[in-house]
Design a protein around this ligand. Structure first.
Ligand code: ZN
Length: 225
């Protein structure tokens, strides 16, 4: 049996439908992979249908955010009133269709960590309830390992500074050196790497080391006073 590469070089993701070519309707030849409940943080739980398509040597995972009355309705009705839908992950085909779906579902879920997390699987024709549980369990164990490793770097200068500035840094779980902290004076989070001792905010397009973080915090404090 050929071994499955869970991080193939050909893997690509468009988790937030940023590319217009991925923001299109789920194709008819995509097969229903699973229906899951996903948690958008706090109390927001939505239904999401995932679809798998094997086409021209490529595997694709498609997602559709469904309304709560969607289960039981025909697929075209469900998709017609979906919140959003499109292609979220793709890679060169590997193994069985279930293996291909496993690789893409794992990559999608890992990439959404910190924003969206599966609560449970309601139906699983291709990604079965047992596979769903196993994959989520493995991902959660990996996140916990990363958090524990990150704690060992809690004294990195950027983190010490972030605590002094009241930015409440916490291990993010994506990697053994990934941390979240509050972006100074803003209602969103920035990332800190405890290994490179750098911070970066994708919203504000700010990055740098401890000196730049301190300057940013002071600049925002002055702007408010
Ligand atoms: Zn920011």
């Amino acid at each position: 049996m050929p071994t499955i590469d869970f991080h193939p070089a050909s893997l690509e993701l468009d988790v937030w439908f940023k590319q217009p070519e991925n923001r299109v309707s789920v194709p008819n030849d995509a097969e229903f992979a699973c229906l899951q409940e996903v948690n958008l943080g706090a109390v927001d739980v939505i239904l999401e249908a995932l679809f798998f398509r094997r086409h021209d040597g490529q595997d694709e995972l498609w997602a559709a955010g469904l309304t709560h009355d969607a289960p039981g309705k025909p697929r075209d009705e469900q998709l017609a009133c979906a919140y959003q839908q499109g292609r979220v992950a793709w890679a060169g085909s590997q193994g069985s269709r279930a293996a291909g779906a496993d690789i893409l579902f794992r990559a999608l879920t890992a990439a959404r960590q910190g924003h969206v997390w599966p609560e449970g699987c309601l139906e699983g024709p291709l990604i079965t309830e047992a596979a769903h549980r196993r994959i989520i369990g493995e991902l959660e164990a990996g996140i916990e390992r990363n958090r524990q490793e990150a704690e060992l770097q809690a004294q990195a200068p950027t983190l010490v500074l972030a605590r002094r500035l009241g930015l409440r840094p916490k291990p993010a779980g994506q990697s053994p050196s990934a941390w979240y902290a509050d972006c100074p004076g803003k209602a969103h989070r920035l990332m800190i790497s405890s290994s490179s001792d750098q911070f970066g905010c994708g919203y504000c397009r700010e990055k740098g080391g401890p000196a730049e973080l301190e300057a940013l915090a002071h600049q925002r404090q002055e702007a408010r006073s």
